[in-house]
Design a protein. Structure first.
Length: 186
């Protein structure tokens, strides 16, 4: 019995997760209903039963991805109790394997490219950024929170792409500079 058959009420969720798997494996341009259905273990007809088309399916799957990434960010950074701890947590986030998995990074690349032409997904990405920045505003002024959020987003992509990424201590120092910390220069 396939995972979709064992949980018919969750079939829609299984399709959404399989969509993300298909995007990570094949890229946006390589995703088809057939590939998603095969990964989900559902009949091809399920695709049009639950979703009006591939764009609808991709948009909802990317919304799910953005929500999960945002929840993970909030969980990790939300444990900080001071600006210094928030900067430490941001450095850990950039260098840590729990968010910067190859799959997550591939999905981020694909989301950026896909959202460039989809106003609805731009709104999803803006909401994701706003949630991150709102959390960071517990410790930093709004402009600094925005700068830290942008730095983390960019450096996360650099960290997994660069052949010689900056180390955690270097990243932590840069975060401290953005945050206005004094006395952390190496």
């Amino acid at each position: 019995m396939s995972k979709a058959e064992s949980a018919p009420s969750g079939r829609r969720d299984i399709i959404l997760d399989a969509t993300l798997d298909a995007v990570a494996e094949h890229g946006i341009n390589g995703v088809t209903h057939r590939k998603i259905a095969a990964l989900a273990g559902v009949p091809l007809g399920s695709m049009t039963y639950y979703f009006t088309g591939i764009d609808d399916l991709l948009e909802e799957a990317f919304c799910r991805f953005a929500d999960r990434m945002s929840e993970s960010f909030i969980h990790h950074i939300g444990q900080a109790t001071s600006p210094a701890m928030a900067c430490d947590a941001l450095a850990d986030l950039i260098c840590g394997a729990y968010m910067t998995t190859p799959r997550n990074m591939e999905l981020m690349y694909q989301l950026y490219a896909y959202a460039a032409r989809r106003p609805g997904l731009k709104l999803v990405m803006q909401a994701w950024m706003r949630r991150s920045q709102t959390l960071l505003e517990h410790w930093f002024d709004p402009v600094t929170a925005r700068a830290l959020d942008a730095f983390v987003e960019g450096m996360t992509l650099h960290y997994v792409t660069d052949s010689a990424p900056l180390g955690r201590e270097q990243l932590r120092e840069l975060l401290g500079r953005i945050a206005g910390e004094e006395g952390r220069v190496s």
